[in-house]
Design a binder for this molecule. Structure first.
Ligand SMILES: [Zn+2]
Length: 274
């Protein structure tokens, strides 16, 4: 029997990476070779072959440059949500700056798709203990769910819930959609996407999803277009970032296809009934 899980894509280019401004300065972004159209098409092909819909958290600056790409994704039935405008971590912004960045992205995305933008995912899961103020701003700006809090060490907090849950905010409740993790000896492993999904044994991911589904809990998977691009330009980066970005990239596509084969996925909006 198949169960419904949630599939998400962070739609950004290969150089939209947090914490590497020394190596890929923001000012250089405009001059770098964009690879987003080709890599996203690859993902869209795989999704269409598997007859699967996903939520695309789209960076506003990318949508501004590639409106046709974003319109095409939306017209294919996928959900378009926001990944902010300028790819800044929430806790590096003031509340006012965050609100501006968020509204700018939502306006662009709604303009392109003609649809209401309901969800947000912060760059690098950056809504966490010091930046929870962002949740009220999301709600004030009309967002119905957030997917920015990772139940993981370093980039989040392992105490955060590992299944979809609702924040109680000043204006009512708002959904939080955390990425899939698996708990091994009290440590949550990041198996729902990124390097974790690429390098941990497939059977570990598969059994975590099955375990969740048996309890009626969806597993949330996330991917980035650059992970489907083994010819992605290589720039000098610290060892840890190189690992996070590049480890086992050649196997992403196969693993993604296998997940689509083994499980049923849908968008966040479909899953929570928006
Ligand atoms: Zn991102």
């Amino acid at each position: 029997m198949k169960y419904r899980n949630i599939l998400t894509v962070d739609l950004e280019d290969w150089f939209h990476v947090c914490g590497v401004s020394r190596y890929i300065p923001r000012e250089s972004w405009d001059g770098l070779e964009s690879r987003i159209v080709a890599t996203t098409s690859r993902i869209l092909d795989l999704l269409s072959r598997a007859k699967t819909l996903a939520t695309f958290f789209v960076l506003g600056s990318v949508a501004e440059q590639y409106p046709t790409l974003v319109r095409g994704i939306s017209d294919s039935g996928h959900e378009i949500a926001s990944h902010g405008y300028a790819h800044r971590r929430v806790y590096t912004m003031t509340p006012d700056l965050f609100r501006d960045d968020l509204k700018r992205s939502a306006d662009i995305l709604a303009g392109i798709t003609g649809k209401e933008i309901k969800g947000f995912r912060a760059p690098e899961w950056s809504i966490r203990d010091g930046s929870m103020w962002a949740l009220d701003i999301l709600q004030e700006e009309g967002f119905l769910y957030d997917s920015s809090m990772a139940p993981l060490h370093v980039i989040g907090n392992p105490q955060y819930p590992t299944r979809p849950w609702r924040h109680r905010l000043s204006k009512g409740e708002m959904w939080e959609i955390p990425p899939l993790v698996c708990d091994i000896r009290l440590i949550n492993l990041p198996i729902g996407g990124g390097w974790g999904m690429r390098i941990f044994p497939y059977r570990l991911i598969r059994s975590a999803i099955i375990k969740n589904n048996r309890q009626g809990i969806p597993s949330v998977i996330f991917v980035h277009p650059r992970e489907f691009d083994s010819n992605c330009p290589r720039v000098r980066l610290p060892l840890i970032k190189r690992f996070v970005l590049n480890a086992s990239i050649v196997g992403t596509e196969k693993r993604f296809e296998r997940l689509l084969d083994d499980f049923e996925f849908t968008t966040v909006a479909n899953f929570i009934g928006l």
